[in-house]
Design a binder for this molecule. Structure first.
Ligand code: PRP
Ligand code: URA
Length: 206
């Protein structure tokens, strides 16, 4: 199921990301901030465990996240969203999956996988700024499932209708939260209007 996270602050930050003149530094900062908003929305129904806490005045009850939370950035560009999740959930574990679209076929090629062994209540947050054809994210979620994760959510910054359809076909159990649903893909399978190549813009490799 796909959710476009609609908020005036996200729209303003998205405008900065889309602008071709935005520097890699500002691009990274706005991408992390948008990711915080997405995670805030995606995780609002997380289960909590009650824990006692001593204030300077008395003992009261507080809460900690109950699930074993694991964030999985899809390399490279997913790294650009990682800081946003870590600032919201400082205890989050991090696993990595490396996928790169083959420039001629547009199909993803997996080159790295390193995920923590999931506990029974593990909850994986897969992050990748771009959902274009859906090939990369579908393969990433399949790999996370194969590793044993049963609860998975996906966060993206820009999604294309084609990619959303692929994810809903391949992973109907997985919710996708995105800052924008764009119009379409071009002949090179880039998202329109999009923001260009997210990895290149994040890491200054244009
Ligand atoms: C980008 C992006 C996604 C993928 C989306 O990565 O970060 O992983 O393309 O395209 P898809 O939905 O059509 O699969 P890319 O392959 O450019 O690798 P990079 O992150 O290393 O730049
Ligand atoms: N990957 C990107 O980085 N951008 C797109 O528009 C599509 C795939």
């Amino acid at each position: 199921m796909f959710f476009a996270v609609d908020h005036p602050c996200i729209k303003a930050k998205m405008t900065v990301l889309r602008d071709k003149n935005t520097s890699p530094k500002e691009f990274r900062e706005r991408a992390e901030e948008i990711t915080c908003f997405l995670a805030y929305e995606a995780l609002k129904n997380l289960h909590l465990s009650e824990v006692p806490v001593e204030t300077p005045l008395e003992r009261t009850m507080g809460a900690v996240e109950e699930n074993d939370l694991v964030v999985v950035p899809v390399l490279r560009a997913g790294i650009g969203m990682l800081g946003g999740i870590q600032s919201l959930i400082p205890t989050v574990k991090v696993g990595f999956i490396g996928l790169q679209r083959d420039h001629s076929t547009k199909h993803p090629v997996k080159y790295y996988l390193n995920l923590p062994r999931p506990s029974e209540d593990a909850f994986a947050i897969v992050i990748d700024p771009m959902l274009a054809t859906g090939g990369s994210l579908s393969a990433a979620v399949s790999a996370v499932k194969e590793c044993g994760y049963r609860h998975i959510v996906v966060l993206t910054i820009v999604s294309a209708p084609e990619g959303v359809a692929v994810m809903e076909r391949d992973h109907p159990d997985v919710k996708i939260y995105s800052a924008a649903l764009d119009r379409e893909l071009n002949a090179d399978k880039y998202i329109l209007p999009g923001l260009g190549d997210a990895g290149d813009r994040l890491f200054g490799t244009l």
